[in-house]
Design a protein around this ligand. Structure first.
Ligand SMILES: Nc1ncnc2c1ncn2[C@@H]1O[C@H](COP(=O)(O)OP(=O)(O)O)[C@@H](O)[C@H]1O
Ligand SMILES: [Mg+2]
Length: 214
């Protein structure tokens, strides 16, 4: 049995796109394929027009690090590092001075509204603040797309909405492309496009309501 069948999805620059579907419908599998954490048994994944199945693991690692930002349900911050250091981490392998890194990290922390919390470790932060650190870590390299697998599943309703609103603000104001999954109707209502999965099949795409219509 295939985890996914008949998926035909184009993510465009500037999208704020949700993958909807109940537990077991294939959301994580799809995001793992798009994040090249996993390979399809058939079919292909193109990123900026390049078929990633043709690339070496070294080339894949480079694409993953340059073009894709990840946000996880469980935040996945490094517990011994401060918020600042967690956001700085993806930049450490780049040719950059300490001062250049500092500017980028401070910009990212400021964009997600936690510029004052840079010295805090994850265990000194709330769930919502941790996810803001994770979003800052994802945007700091200005990737082509940010993949977020159920980014609000471990947050209470109010915090979940605030994190989604932050992502939407980054999408509108900075043009950050987001692809996120959720099974929460309230979270899905914030998306500009919703692709629905059921038993590994793409059952429908509905353009979510025009939220900023006059
Ligand atoms: N590595 C895997 N190999 C085979 N089947 C898998 C694997 N991972 C998940 N599945 C199956 O694929 C289906 C979709 O799972 P998943 O993508 O985790 O769904 P969701 O994230 O929507 O809950 C499920 O039936 C699951 O049991
Ligand atoms: Mg999942």
């Amino acid at each position: 049995m295939n985890a996914l069948t008949d998926i035909n999805l184009i993510v465009r620059t500037g999208d704020f796109l949700a993958i909807a579907g109940s537990s077991g419908s294939g959301k994580t599998t799809l995001l793992n394929l798009l994040g090249i954490l996993d390979r399809p048994t058939s079919g292909c994944v193109l990123i900026d027009g390049v078929d990633v199945s043709q690339l070496s693991s070294r080339e894949l690692a480079a694409i993953r690090s340059q073009k894709i930002g990840f946000v996880f349900q469980t935040f996945n911050l490094l517990p011994v590092l401060t918020a600042f250091e967690n956001v700085e981490y993806p930049l450490l392998l780049q040719h950059m001075t300490t001062e250049q890194r500092k500017t980028k990290v401070e910009d990212a922390l400021q964009r997600v509204g936690i510029e004052k919390l840079g010295k805090h470790r994850p265990d000194q932060l709330s769930g919502g603040q941790r996810q803001r650190v994770a979003v800052a870590r994802a945007i700091v390299k200005h990737p082509s797309v940010i993949l977020a697998d159920e980014p609000t599943a471990n947050l209470d309703k109010k915090t979940a909405t605030a994190v989604l609103e932050l992502m939407h603000q980054l999408n509108r104001e900075d043009g950050v492309t987001f692809l996120f999954s959720s099974h929460d109707p309230m979270i899905l209502s914030l998306a500009n496009r919703v692709v629905k999965l059921s038993d590994g099949r793409q059952v429908a795409e509905k353009a979510a309501k025009e939220r900023h219509a006059h």
